[in-house]
Design a protein around this ligand. Structure first.
Ligand code: ADP
Length: 414
């Protein structure tokens, strides 16, 4: 067969040319030549049988060695080597064979090279994808580890801080009692008040740390009971009334559908969640701004929307603020008060809020165009809470069943 003979004829010339071309250094050249000989044998088999898959094994080997040696370097691939090989085969065939022989040889060999190019690029893509997936998995594991150490740190720190804090609280209460004279007037009351304010703030931080670690470890126990959103929101408005008036803020609670409806939930925890969002709206809105609470019912849910005219949040930070310690900006820029403008805390409020809402089967997300302390584009926090006519706990359901069925459950404060 003409093609087979032609292939044997140009073999030594092609191997020398390609190895001189691609392999630098005598040692490398020898190893490379051994590989080229193996390739050439398989090439002959492929041409003889008309099945280019004979090359698969060696192409697999090459793809693995190039991809694994330098996974980040996209330049090192088998394709340019195969292209060189085909090009040099053309050159060597033209130099060593007559025109007809060369034409016949190239006609049989080029489809094999075309197949080899397609096959090796497919293998390399698969390898690169699996390497990237590996890398992603490794990053996921190390992020998980990091998150676990964060959680462990919070749990340990909270536990360690709790005992001395309880001592300070106890002793300052005793100090207050002892500094009272016979008429009940307290000496040093400003100093004692200062200590108490400081400890109160510290207590809140420690409590937040404990809450976060309970949420992280799925230990948040919900105590379901009938709740009315209007009551919770009015209580929060009442709690912040002084700050609202001192800072000349507008606070509008709109009468939205679902506001007066009874639903089951953990009253204390939901109060905490809504309070966090509203206190943030107060903190991140300059004096004179407005905070409004609106909402609507959706099938099976009530959506509460807390909007403010504050500094706003960049869209790239919308997810981060719900992560532990996800507070934005430098802590040095925070003002010290809890509800003063930009009175930032440790960044645990929103993760707790999210944890509480998710434990209820709800969700929270933010909408805000951008961050600008001068233009104040404002933010809107959307809170989705399932409307539950029965508590999920069977025992509680029994307790409330008759009252729910007879429609007797009414807001006791109305
Ligand atoms: P912090 O204790 O820092 O207030 P949070 O978890 O409550 O922690 O909030 C995280 C961060 O989200 C805040 O530091 C702030 O940058 C941003 N943020 C939260 N609410 C608002 C809001 N209404 N307007 C602008 N930024 C907000």
């Amino acid at each position: 067969m003409v093609v087979m003979e032609a292939l044997q004829k140009i073999r030594p010339a092609w191997i020398t040319r390609i190895s001189n071309h691609l392999a630098k250094g005598e040692g490398i050249r020898q190893t490379f030549q051994a590989q080229l000989n193996e390739f050439y044998d398989l090439l002959i088999q492929a041409v003889e049988t008309g099945n280019p898959e004979w090359l698969n094994t060696i192409l697999d080997q090459w793809a693995h060695s190039t991809t694994l040696t330098d996974p980040d370097d996209q330049e090192i691939t088998v394709e340019p080597i195969l292209e060189q090989m085909a090009l040099l085969m053309y050159e060597v065939a033209c130099e060593n064979l007559d025109n007809l022989e060369a034409l016949q040889l190239l006609g049989s060999v080029l489809p094999v090279f075309t197949y080899a190019l397609g096959y090796s690029s497919q293998v390399e893509i698969h390898l690169q994808v699996s390497q990237l997936l590996d890398k992603q998995e490794r990053s996921r594991i190390s992020l998980e580890r990091l998150d676990k150490s964060k959680s462990d740190f919070i749990a340990i720190a909270a536990h360690e801080l709790k005992t001395p804090l309880t001592l300070i609280e106890g002793y300052s209460a005793m100090l207050r009692d002892r500094s009272k004279d016979n008429n009940g007037n307290s000496h040093n009351s400003i100093l004692i008040k200062g200590i108490e304010n400081g400890t109160q703030r510290l207590r809140q931080i420690v409590d937040d740390m404990i809450d976060v670690s309970m949420i992280d470890n799925q230990l948040l126990d919900l105590n379901y009971q009938p709740i009315w959103l209007n009551r919770l929101l009015e209580m929060i408005q009442h709690e912040f009334r002084e700050t609202i008036s001192e800072r000349h803020l507008g606070f509008i609670l709109r009468p939205f559908p679902g506001l007066q409806e009874m639903t089951f939930g953990d009253e204390e925890r939901l109060y905490q969640a809504l309070r966090n969002v509203i206190s943030n709206a107060i903190k991140y809105t300059p004096d004179g701004g407005t905070i409004s609470v609106d909402g609507r019912t959706l099938p099976g849910f009530v959506e509460i929307i807390v909007a403010d005219t504050g500094i706003g949040i960049d869209p790239e930070d919308h997810a981060r603020i719900f992560e532990k310690f996800g507070g934005l900006g430098e802590s040095s820029r925070h003002s010290s008060g809890k509800t003063k403008f930009r009175g930032g805390g440790p960044g645990l409020g929103l993760p707790i809020t999210k944890g509480i809402l998710e434990a209820h089967g709800g969700a929270i997300w933010v909408e805000s165009e951008y961050y600008d302390e001068v233009k104040c584009p404002g933010s809107k926090f959307h809170i989705l809470l399932p409307l539950q006519k029965q508590p999920p706990d069977e025992k509680m359901a029994k307790l409330f069943r008759s009252s729910v069925e007879t429609g007797e459950l009414k807001d006791p404060y109305r």
